[in-house]
Design a protein around this ligand. Structure first.
Ligand code: NAD
Ligand code: TYD
Length: 348
């Protein structure tokens, strides 16, 4: 089976690509990625020479190119992760998010539709990997379920909501076989150091300020990235067409409490006196339209597919910190821009 994974050089995508390449030697995994600032082939050095893996550098917004790929490889499964993914960037440049997240997703959907040819008996499937941010913000209580109305607040979440709607609409209108998952905040190894946890790890290493937005009382539900990859594998193989599944860590943290825990663990790992890193906390101007709280009700995927997070937050955070500390070259290459030369070296 030819499986197309988009955005496989990014954070979550690289974990999904690795899992599929290693677990399914009878599949051929094609990783299509434009290698934007967020794409890093160093994430996949350990599997890049596997016989069932092919990297394709390309942009999902280039229609003729995407159509020709589907024509050549006749993908039976598509797992679509390629996206612009950072809320702060979406506030500065919303159009880039519309281009990739909406138009790019549409181009993929159309290419898949052509390739699937309306054959309702086929096992082909389009899987859209989405976010819980499409549901907007919760107050102090309550959880997002699969039937919570969409209410996106940032250009990022609006673009993801839009692509979710198109996927669903293709399911209704053309009976296109699809699944969607909406997942909470991920953390773990290989996350680009612009997102909260890796940014703060990097800043602590270099004794730089930790910019906490607003009063720090914003809440997120954190999931270890490898548990997300396991859920994606499960939904891809066992999910029911036309269904949406919420994925979450059952692990809510106020930002400021998370940052204090991170500081404590970093002091321990770096052998610094207790309380050293906390002194770096700096309250800064809030993010505009900052969602107060995200929290997932993951009972559907648990009851129907048997998925639960396997790693506690303390374990996951410890693994993550240890990984960043023992892979300082990865961090250095990313922060210096060196990582963008890797493609040129490997794929001349
Ligand atoms: P990321 O920013 O780390 O990676 C995105 C990848 O997509 C990069 O490799 C990038 O090069 C590629 N890409 C971007 N534009 C492209 C284009 N036009 N054509 C081809 N490739 C392109 O993102 P991530 O955090 O790994 O997120 C992956 C997916 O999961 C996204 O769809 C995101 O919305 C979703 N998601 C992320 C989280 C999270 O916490 N990070 C949570 C839930 C859902
Ligand atoms: P982020 O990792 O950008 O994920 P998202 O916005 O998709 O939830 O941010 C997580 C939380 O941390 C969010 O409430 C914003 C906050 N935050 C900071 O306080 N400071 C920062 O420098 C960053 C990047 C995020």
């Amino acid at each position: 089976m030819n499986v197309l994974i988009t955005g496989g050089a990014g954070f979550i995508g690289s974990h999904v690509v690795r899992l599929f390449v290693e677990k399914y030697p009878n599949y051929h995994i094609y990783n299509l990625d434009a290698l934007t600032y967020a794409g890093n082939l160093e994430n996949l050095v350990d599997i890049e020479n596997k016989p069932n893996y092919t990297f394709i550098k390309g942009d999902i917004t280039e229609e003729a190119f995407v159509n020709s790929l589907f024509g050549t490889y006749k993908f039976e499964g598509v797992i679509h992760l390629a996206a612009e993914s950072h809320v702060d960037r979406s506030i500065k440049d919303p159009l880039a998010f519309v281009k990739t997240n909406v138009i790019g997703s549409m181009i993929l959907l159309n290419a898949f539709k052509e390739c699937w040819k309306g054959d309702t008996t086929s096992k082909k499937r389009f899987y859209h990997v989405s976010t819980d941010e499409v549901y907007g913000s919760l107050g102090e209580t309550g959880l997002f379920t699969e039937t919570t109305p969409y209410d996106p607040n940032s250009p990022y979440s609006a673009s993801k909501a839009s692509s979710d709607h198109f996927v669903r609409a293709y399911g209704e209108t053309y009976k296109l076989p699809y699944v969607i998952t909406n997942c909470s905040n991920n953390y773990g190894q290989n996350q680009f150091p612009e997102k909260l946890i890796p940014l703060f790890i990097n800043n602590i290493i270099h004794n730089k300020p930790l910019p906490v937005y607003g009063d720090g009382n914003y809440t997120r539900d954190w999931l270890y990235v490898k548990d997300h990859a396991i859920a994606i594998d499960l939904v891809f193989h066992k999910g029911v067409n036309g269904e949406t599944y919420n994925i979450g860590g059952v692990n809510e943290w106020k930002n400021i409490d998370l940052v204090k825990l991170l500081c404590k663990q970093m002091d321990f790992e770096l052998g610094r006196p207790k309380g050293t890193s906390e002194q770096l906390i700096t309250y800064v101007k809030d993010r505009p339209g900052h969602d107060l709280r995200y929290a997932i009700d993951a009972s559907k995927i648990k009851n129907e597919l048997g998925w639960e997070p396997s790693v506690t937050f303390e374990e996951g955070l410890e693994k993550t910190i240890k990984w960043y500390l023992s892979n300082e070259n990865w961090l250095k290459n990313v922060t210096s821009g060196q990582y963008q030369l890797y493609y040129k070296k490997q794929y001349r």
